[in-house]
Design a binder for this molecule. Structure first.
Ligand code: B12
Ligand code: SF4
Length: 500
């Protein structure tokens, strides 16, 4: 018997549908893994299961039921962090309660947080939904459960108490460096290294930016998540400890949180520290998220010397007026300059683009910027329709932004879970809104049109990339030319068929 079973759920309870998921289902959120590490550190017996990977390895639903019966946990925590897991999570709840109605089932993660009240009201088998960060609060829940103390005293969560639903609005989070780093080896079944990216969580709390569509903006975060007052950063020592744990299982490392919004001084401190430790020689792929204009020459050069070999830049659009409406804090020209500088510093810049943005009439300015960034060595990675989540400023003030919201409820968003992938990349059911200039079909057409536009430069993108390779290899001795070319070709070959 174990104490806690933490589950990364399937998109669909039927194993045969695992390959048909609209958005890739295999990745476990590190939030769940930090919770697992913390509970283990506090002496609890914990298992983490990745059901989509189990399905891909040939497990069936009966195997999953057998697993639950065998472990007979007191508590099951289901990760509902991303919108495409909503259907599978709810199905899984039914399966578990049928095996043993006494097992407590709790949910948490960003998507569960956004729709917490609606979910707990409509799904009576769920015992509690946790809001925002949950290491400290889950510990309270288990301890109260064991001691027979009232669960309604657990902070930051909706609790079902007999027929009533109670929200305890108090907050409780751990001091940031007391959250233990996680190890990928905690997850079962074990994944092949090529699938494993060890993502380091360097920050918690709201970003300093105010992009109206982002749940992390300092305007949206307090209303939607609210776990911390301001952006907090892990210390360089903690980050090194996390990195050392991750490279036991993978040589692919990423930082995808709001580090790019942290003050330069902190970013420099972290990378200087890692560079001196020389650990980065063991890394083959080191990816980081960024926004145009967020890193200067000194920072980029230091990152490159520390092993960072590619940066994901959310450029989003080439329209200066839309960039202003979205309060992105850079112009189209600054985006070009950022790409140029990144290449010169020996890092590969990948660019991300969005469609369906407020006040965007046609995409000629975006096409123009895509072309300019390609010429400087930018590698277009993703084109995706904007998803407007309930609670964000764009959602709350839709009229001001000339937007008409089409998806409001948890059930509406379940379409991200039930829609199957198709060859034409045509998904009208998951477009969340229309704009003053674009209906649903226009957003889809424009997305596909941008992808075709990018692919018309395929040869040019690869030849510029090849030209820049020498500069790149000088700094990244672990990356071989065949590996990197394969990676880049794969990006271009999947661009057309991936939407989110
Ligand atoms: C880092 C990140 C990623 C990384 C994740 C790496 C990893 N292994 O986790 C990468 C780049 C891979 C990623 C991918 C995607 N992401 Co993302 N990501 C983020 C980001 C920017 C930061 C997360 C973070 O660092 N938070 C700090 C950590 C520690 O907190 P946390 O993850 O929320 O975990 C805490 C709580 O949520 C809770 N919790 C989590 N799980 C559980 C489980 C239980 C049982 C309980 C009780 C509690 C609990 O406790 C945790 C610890 O305190 C968030 C924005 C945000 N602010 O959340 C978007 C965000 C979560 N991502 C989002 C999206 C849409 C995606 C993608 C679908 C994008 C795409 N088109 O592919 C994919 C889906 C990934 C998948 N599974 O297939 C959306 C989710 C919106 C939604 N409602 O679903 C967000 C909110 C961004 C946004 N649009 O504003 N993402
Ligand atoms: S800068 Fe990035 S993280 Fe910050 S509010 Fe804007 S999109 Fe969100």
């Amino acid at each position: 018997m174990i104490d806690v079973l933490l589950i990364h759920p399937p998109v669909d309870i039927e194993p045969k549908n695992v390959l048909k998921s609209l958005i890739s289902p295999y990745l476990v959120g590190y939030g769940l893994l930090h919770i697992a590490s913390y509970l283990k550190m506090m002496g609890y017996k914990v298992e983490v299961w990745n059901i989509p990977v189990a399905y891909a390895y040939g497990y069936n639903l009966e195997d999953i039921k057998a697993l639950i019966k065998y472990h007979d946990p007191k508590l099951v925590g289901i990760e509902l962090n991303w919108l495409h897991f909503s259907n599978g999570s709810m199905e899984l709840v039914k399966v578990i309660k049928k095996i043993n109605p006494n097992i407590k089932i709790i949910l948490g993660g960003v998507h569960a947080t956004i729709f917490a009240e609606e979910i707990i009201k409509n799904y009576p088998l769920i015992d509690a939904i946790f809001i925002g960060e949950s290491e400290a609060t889950i510990l309270d829940y288990i301890q109260n459960l064991e001691k027979g103390l009232p669960l309604t005293e657990v902070p930051s969560c909706y609790i079902r108490n007999n027929d009533k639903i109670i929200l305890n609005k108090n907050r409780k989070v751990l001091p940031i460096d007391e959250i233990p780093p996680y190890s990928l080896s905690i997850v079962k079944p074990k994944q092949k290294e090529s699938f494993n990216i060890g993502t380091i969580n360097t920050t918690r709390g709201p970003c300093s930016g105010i992009c109206p569509y982002c749940i992390g903006s300092r305007k949206n975060y307090p209303l939607m998540i609210g776990s911390r007052e301001k952006l907090e950063l892990h210390s360089p020592e903690w980050i090194l400890e996390q990195l050392e744990l991750l490279i036991k299982d993978t040589h692919n490392i990423a930082i995808q949180d709001y580090i790019y919004c942290a003050p330069k001084k902190h970013i420099m401190e972290i990378f200087n520290f890692l560079k001196n430790e020389k650990i980065t020689g063991l890394i083959e792929y080191f990816n980081i998220a960024g926004k145009p204009n967020s890193f200067d020459k000194e920072t980029l050069s230091l990152m490159a010397k520390t092993g960072v070999d590619n940066i994901d830049y959310g450029v989003e659009t080439g329209s200066n007026s839309t960039l202003k409406i979205l309060r992105r804090g850079y112009t189209a020209q600054q985006a070009v300059d950022t790409i140029d500088l990144t290449v010169k510093c020996g890092i590969l810049p990948k660019t991300y683009w969005m469609v369906g943005l407020p006040d965007e009439k046609d995409l000629s300015e975006t096409k123009n910027l895509i072309k300019q960034t390609i010429e400087k060595g930018g590698f277009p990675r993703w084109v995706t329709p904007l998803i407007i989540l309930p609670g964000t400023e764009l959602f709350r003030e839709a009229i001001k932004y000339h937007i008409s919201i089409k998806m409001n409820t948890y059930n509406d968003f379940m379409k991200f879970s039930t829609t199957k992938i198709n060859k034409n990349a045509w998904y009208p059911d998951v477009i969340t809104h229309t704009t003053n200039f674009m209906e649903i079909n226009d957003i889809l057409k424009a997305t596909n049109d941008l992808k075709d536009y990018i692919l018309s430069f395929k040869e040019k993108i690869m030849s510029i990339f090849q030209k820049n390779l020498q500069q790149y290899f000088n700094l990244h001795e672990n990356v071989t030319s065949s590996l990197i070319m394969l990676r880049m070709k794969r990006i271009l070959s999947t661009l057309k068929y991936t939407l989110f």
